[in-house]
Design a protein around this ligand. Sequence first.
Ligand code: A2P
Length: 257
Amino acid sequence: MSAFTTETVRSVHHYTDRLFRFRTTRDPGFRFRSGEFVMIGLPGETGKPILRAYSIASPAWDEELEFFSIKVEDGPLTSKLQKIAPGDEIIVGKKPTGTLVLDALTPGKRLYLLSTGTGFAPFASLLREPETYEKFDEVIATHTCRIGSELDYSREIIDGLADDPLVGDEAPQKVRYVASCTREDYPLKGRITALLDSGELFSHLGVPPLSPQTDRVMICGSMAMINDTKDRVAGFDLTEGSNSKPAEFVVEKAFVG
Ligand code: A2P
């Protein structure tokens, strides 16, 4: 039996010359937890598929799958993937997995979702997941990119929450969106690490600094961003969790290239 299913691309939207999102059909037997990733790919020239791990950006209940991707000019997969159009086929692994899941966190009051670039993808899933709002009173979603136009996807997800069929009643009251840029003038400027170091993140939100008593954190971005942000979060005495040992924060790298 194949480890993959073949899915059909339903829609593609290009945000910038570096970022795009696409939606595909979903096999009725495909099950995942909001926040997980899966291997996806395209058939290779020699017949061997080119595969990469991608966070699923749609929530577990959605009948389609959504992905948010970078475009790398000479990237083995993304150089081709960026050219997909509705009707084209991609392959999707049958075994989703990952640590950016609600089960890996102990109960808390406030959930921070800290992301850069395509690292917002698993949070696009969790923000549309009803369980997120059953478990947390407040959800703070941060997205930092180089320039303002790279924030369009996260803004679209946040703006769409009010019309969402499952979370539309609760999410708009509970979610706070913090967008920042590092290479362009923007109301909030700076890396998430700098905003944590200066305390600007908390003063901007009007909340106390991170505390293991009340706050839970998920981190997703490049490997460097994850390592640097994790150091800061651990510096507030939060402990890293996993599926087998839930705790106060979890991390995952954005699987792109
Ligand atoms: P910067 O512009 O200062 O490099 P990318 O598109 O390269 O993945 O970057 C996405 C965002 O992540 C950028 O705003 C970038 O800031 C930021 N970033 C890159 N490295 C780190 C890091 N080690 N810690 C925190 N943020 C980072």
